[in-house]
Design a protein around this ligand. Structure first.
Ligand code: UTP
Length: 287
C-alpha cells in the first residue's frame, strides 16, 4: 500500500564550525541567502511537496530559528502603523507558513543522533529529511524527485549527485547498481572515503526519504568519524536488510554551510530576482 510522506525532519543542531565566526552567536541556518534565511527555503521546499508536519532538531543558541517562524507582534504592529502593508504581508506570511515542532538535541553527537531524537515524533511512518545547508534550485523540488522514487519502490531513497575526485572525500559515497534513468540501488555506502577508495563518483546530498526501520538501527551505530553517530552508518545497515535507493537530483545544489558555497548561492539567488537581478549583474560585470 502506498504511504504518503507527511513528516519532515530538519536537523539544525550542528555547530557550524566551517562558518565561524559568523556562526558564533547565531545559527548558520539563519544566515540570509539573498533575502531570506537559508532555513526558510528548506521549509518552503517541504511545503511545496505538501509535507507540513515539520520537526526541527535544534540545540543551544538556535532560538532565532523559532523566533523567525513565530509571530512578531511588535514588528507587525509597527508596520501596520506605518502603513507598510507589503512588508507586513511578507512578515505575516512567514509565521503562517505552517506549525513547526522543535526537539532539542542536548549534545551535538552527530546527524544520526539528531535524527534518532525524533523517533517518538515520527513513530511508524516513512519521512523526509532535509539538511538545511543544502539548497537545491530546481524546477521540480528536490524532495519531490525523491518521493517519486519512494512511491515506485517503497524503500528509503537518498539524493545523490556526481562529485569530482577532488571533493569526493567530503561526501557519503554510494556503491550504485543502476536500475533506471538516474535511479540506483545502494549496494553499499561509505562516509568520507579517500578518493582512491570511493566506490563511485556519486555523493549523497542533503535530502533523504527514510523508513522507520532506521530507528532500530541508529542505536546500534558506534561513534564514527569525529566521534559522531553517522547517519551513513545506519543507512549502511539498512541497505543490508532491505533495498535502499538513490536518485540523481536534477537541479543545482549549493552547500551554504561552506563559505564559498554560501557566496555562490547568495549571488545566484539574487541574480534570479526580478527587482535587483539585472542591476547586480551589471555591477558584477563592471567589477
Ligand atoms: P554538518 O557536519 O554539515 O554540520 O552536519 P555542522 O556540524 O553544523 O557543520 P560544520 O561542519 O561544523 O561547519 C550536517 C547536518 O546535521 C546537523 C547539522 O545542523 C547539519 O544540518 N547536525 C549535525 C545536527 O543536527 N546535530 C549534530 O550533532 C550534528
Amino acid at each position: 500500500m502506498e504511504r504518503l510522506i507527511r513528516k519532515a525532519v530538519i536537523p539544525c543542531a550542528g555547530l557550524g564550525t566551517r562558518f565561524l565566526p559568523a556562526t558564533k552567536a547565531q545559527p548558520k541556518e539563519m544566515l540570509p541567502v539573498f533575502d531570506r534565511p537559508a532555513i526558510q527555503y528548506i521549509i518552503e521546499e517541504a511545503l511545496s511537496a505538501r509535507i507540513d508536519n515539520i520537526v526541527l532538531v535544534t540545540g543551544r543558541g538556535k532560538q532565532a530559528i523559532e523566533n523567525h517562524f513565530d509571530k512578531s507582534f511588535e514588528l507587525e504592529h509597527y508596520l501596520k502603523q506605518k502603513k507598510q502593508f507589503r512588508l507586513l504581508k511578507n512578515v505575516e506570511n512567514i509565521s503562517d507558513l505552517t506549525d513547526i515542532f522543535y526537539i532539542r538535541q542536548k549534545e551535538p553527537l552527530g546527524l544520526g543522533h539528531a535524527i534518532n531524537c525524533t523517533r517518538n515524533y515520527i513513530s511508524n511512518e516513512p519521512f523526509a529529511v532535509f539538511l538545511a545547508d543544502d539548497l537545491i534550485y530546481s524546477s521540480q523540488p528536490a524532495i519531490s524527485q525523491l518521493i517519486e522514487v519512494y512511491n515506485k519502490y517503497q524503500g528509503a531513497v537518498l539524493a545523490v549527485e556526481e562529485v569530482s575526485k577532488e571533493f569526493i572525500s567530503q561526501y557519503g559515497v554510494i556503491k550504485p547498481k543502476q536500475i533506471g534513468d538516474g535511479v540506483y540501488i545502494v549496494e553499499d555506502i561509505i562516509e568520507k572515503p579517500a578518493a582512491a577508495a570511493a566506490p563511485s563518483n556519486l555523493g549523497v546530498v542533503g535530502r533523504y526519504i527514510l523508513v522507520p526501520e532506521i530507528f532500530n538501527l541508529l542505536p546500534k551505530v558506534k561513534k564514527g568519524q569525529n566521534g559522531e553517530i553517522q547517519l551513513t552508518d545506519a543507512i549502511r545497515l539498512l541497505a543490508k536488510k532491505m533495498p535502499v535507493y538513490a536518485v540523481k537530483i536534477k537541479g543545482k545544489r549549493y552547500d551554504t554551510g561552506d563559505k564559498l558555497g554560501y557566496m555562490k548561492a547568495s549571488i545566484e539567488y539574487a541574480l534570479r530576482d526580478k527587482e535587483i537581478g539585472a542591476k547586480l549583474k551589471n555591477y558584477i560585470t563592471k567589477l
